[in-house]
Design a protein around this ligand. Structure first.
Ligand code: G3I
Length: 382
């Protein structure tokens, strides 16, 4: 029998991570039981991001795949501030509303992503250019107006919000600065602005799960990032900030993971999740995919490596019963954001294969790995 370990050994150093785990699906899995059903039996919701770009939401076959496999979705871009308010005071809800209406018709729940994205690059252009000087109250009023407008628009139809996205700079573990945080400089700075973001979300969406969402990983390149996230979560806890959960983006496979360090990376990851949950935070996987840039061009080897890396990560991460939602950042390779992300491309420039379905919507070994990981994980809390 081919085990995942022997499969990875056969990849001769090209695999993303080592494996300590049992059997790998040798070929594309039959679809079988829907992923949402496997998840549901364990008290987990399974889903994906859906975007208007790259012909996803407009493609009936892709939509049908999402309806069959998923019980929860999130808009890949359409609920971001720059999408909702591209020009000041001119809110544009239609694309996100269409997605939410479809989700509700299809009996899927929808998460909100995101109210505040801390990287200045991803703020609305009109806001990124704003200079509030020392006028903190003007920045506060603007934040209030945004949260009030968006949360009132969606009401209880959105039951979980990524309130703050990517607040930590991975380079130094410190809080990122932007046009809004600079207005809070006379106080404690960015942490005051983040604290206010959650308090506003709680005020206008008191029913909702409020999430901090970020992309830290277990590898050594992410050490400062993990430390920064934990320090911020500890400070927010001390302040009594209404924040309920940590969103683990889980874009794995892209940076410093290596076969030699894989076991150590997973230990560090577990330590990180232990610390976050010990503070009382729930967990979600919010944006899972597997960058295959370290894997060989051969498709069978590549798909096996992706599935094995996923299984290693998921076996650790899904072992936390506090984790109640598991979302991918796209179900099929051709619509993945990774195809156009130029920061970590494949050296051979081949299209990536980071998702559980290929461009023809045929299931891949990654789908089997996800199904197997959910079948073997412990049941969630009721
Ligand atoms: O809106 C234009 C459209 O009019 C044009 O046709 C198209 C041409 O490429 O570009 C469109 O906008 C792009 C949009 O994706 C929709 O495809 C933007 O330029 C591009 O910057 C945007 O990228 C998104 C990125 O976030 C920035 O918002 C990605 O799709 C999306 O996958 C990515 O998602 C982030 C999460 O929100 C946070 N965590 C990391 C994750 C991956 O980077």
């Amino acid at each position: 029998m081919t085990t995942r370990r022997t499969m990875l050994q056969a990849l001769a150093g090209a695999a993303l991570l080592p494996s300590s785990l049992p059997v790998l699906a040798a070929a594309a899995a039959p679809e079988g039981e829907a992923l949402k059903e496997i998840a549901r039996r364990k008290g987990l919701r399974f889903g994906t991001a859906v975007g208007g770009g790259r012909n996803q939401f407009g493609d009936p076959a892709y939509r049908a795949l999402v309806e069959r496999e998923c019980s929860i979705i999130v808009a890949e871009n359409e609920m971001k501030w720059q999408a909702l308010e591209p020009a000041r005071d001119a809110y544009r809800f239609e694309p996100a509303d269409a997605m939410l209406a479809w989700a509700e018709r299809s009996k899927m729940t929808m998460r909100g992503h995101n109210l505040f994205w801390q990287a200045e690059k991803w703020l609305p252009a009109w806001l990124a250019k704003e200079d509030f000087g020392a006028d903190r109250s003007r920045a506060e009023r603007l934040m209030r107006k945004h949260v009030q407008t968006v949360c009132r628009h969606y009401g209880t139809r959105i039951a979980s919000w990524d309130v703050v996205n990517e607040a930590i700079d991975p380079a130094d573990g410190k809080l990122r600065q932007n046009a809004l945080t600079r207005a809070f400089a006379r106080g404690a700075g960015a942490i005051d602005q983040i604290d206010l973001a959650f308090r506003l979300a709680h005020e206008y969406a008191p029913h909702a799960q409020l999430v901090y969402n970020d992309y830290m990983r277990g590898d050594s390149g992410s050490t400062k990032h993990r430390a920064g996230v934990l320090a911020m979560l500890a400070e927010l806890k001390k302040r009594g900030t209404p924040i309920h959960a940590l969103g683990l983006q889980a874009h794995i496979g892209s940076w410093d993971e290596s076969p030699e360090r894989g076991r150590e990376d997973m230990l560090q990851w577990r330590r990180f999740l232990d610390e976050a949950t010990a503070m009382g935070y729930d967990l979600l996987i919010t944006e899972f995919d597997v960058n295959d840039r370290r894997l060989p061009a051969d498709i069978a080897q590549r798909d096996a490596g992706v599935a094995a890396a996923a299984r290693d990560f998921l076996d650790v991460t899904l072992s936390y019963p506090r984790l109640s939602d598991f979302l991918l950042w796209g179900m099929a390779d051709h619509i993945s954001w990774l195809q156009t992300w130029d920061e970590a491309p494949r050296a051979d420039k081949l299209p990536m294969r980071p998702c559980p379905y290929d461009a023809q919507l045929r299931p891949k070994p990654l789908r089997q790995a996800i199904a197997d990981a959910m079948r073997t994980m412990p049941a969630r809390r009721a």
